[in-house]
Design a protein around this ligand. Sequence first.
Ligand code: NAD
Length: 472
Amino acid sequence: MSEKQASFYASVERNFDKAAALTDHPKGLLEQIKVCNAIYQMNFPVKIGNSYQVIEAFRVQHSHHRLPTKGGIRFSHLVNKEEVMALASLMTYKCALVDVPFGGAKGGVSVSPRKYTEEQLEKITRRYTVELVRKGFIGPGIDVPAPDYGTGSREMAWILDTYQQLKNGELDSAACVTGKPVNQNGIRGRTEATGRGVFYGLKEMLSNEADCKAWGLKPGIEGKTMVIQGLGNVGSYTGTISIDEGDVKVIAVSEIEGTIVDENGIDIHKLIKYRKDKKSILGFPGTKTLPKRDNWVGIKCDILVPAALESQIHKGNAKKVKAKIIAEAANGPVTAEAEEILLKKGVVVVPDMYLNAGGVTVSYFEWLKNLSHVRYGRIEKRFDERAYTNLVGLVEKMTGKVVSNKEKEFLTRGADEVDLVRSGLEETMITAYNQIREVYRRKRKAKDLRTAAFINAINKVASDYMTLGIFP
Ligand code: NAD
């Protein structure tokens, strides 16, 4: 394990301790909130070509104060126990912050997906699922995985199918995993959810004029410049949605193969297609390539979005940051040491546990959909449309004016599943931001958004433990 990864868990613990010291909860309760409740480390064989490979994997359930536990599954050769523990801990605080009633969990499989064929990845995913079922580490009311770095809806479909083969007839089995393809009991709007949540979060924080003034920022997301590291699920949707709906200009993108810049703005939709065809972002028309991949950290911009992996902004490069805001789309991209440097420089760090909570929020909606066995909007859409049509008709009758067909279509449309998902996500991100802001504003000691977010999350988890009567 590299020092970087070891320090990720240490960073989460350090941030927790910093916030916990500003609360009045008993020491034992804080300790119980902080520790990981259950860790399952496994090694299993998978036949790859003509030989067998032993695969190391983990599932960590950080907190059982609410069940099921919830958190993504990461496929990466860098996966190790401490990393999964750190990610599982963050899930608990994230769920508490956005009022998603789950405990935190995370899974990790130590493989590099690029090195395996689709068939081999399917074997690995299915075998991992069998291990989880055997040990009671998966189930709609136990522990519900989702996608993370290196996994997506394809892997979630394999997990669902394996689970259902083993649990034949279990009525709510579709709720054993989220982030599934829409035609496999998934939900519309889940794939884009984390990136969309990042956009809603930034939009909300930049809408408060007084806060922006205090931070030395111009209010409003419109026209802000953005740099993105990692053009995977989270990074690509953060980019496209920020451009399409927030009029943001993405001036640089960093990927494994290097970093490209174009001060006039990069069309992320086209870049995604370009990378799919060329297997690289380098050479994208109108851009120039920076000498070193890591140069993305020092680009002057309004919003720097690390959307790849943890510990990307560390003690060694934090001084180079020229951005006004660091938007933590990834989990743990800024180490605790780096954050101290950044705060002194006046950089606003929007913490991961809030900003990337869109994924788990929509996963929660998917889980509810699976338990209710009905698509959102199916019951009320036509009823609403008829009611709105009657209303428009009444207005026309009373005013003697005719509403154009285009306006009528807009005014009378009933909500589809994706409309309701986006609405629920936006509401969640706005409410959670204002709860953090309230703590940040009132608790003079919480000098940064991360500490305020932690205090908020700790208070909510502590309150659950008190209500359960475990710490009367
Ligand atoms: P992903 O695998 O879809 O994409 C990650 C991208 O980062 C890949 O394209 C990869 O090539 C790139 N990358 C890796 N190392 C890099 C480097 N050194 N420089 C530049 N690019 C690099 O993963 P994802 O699902 O988008 O997850 C990204 C981050 O967001 C992770 O920290 C994850 O935990 C977090 N996150 C994901 C979700 C989700 O719903 N997928 C939800 C919350 C948080």
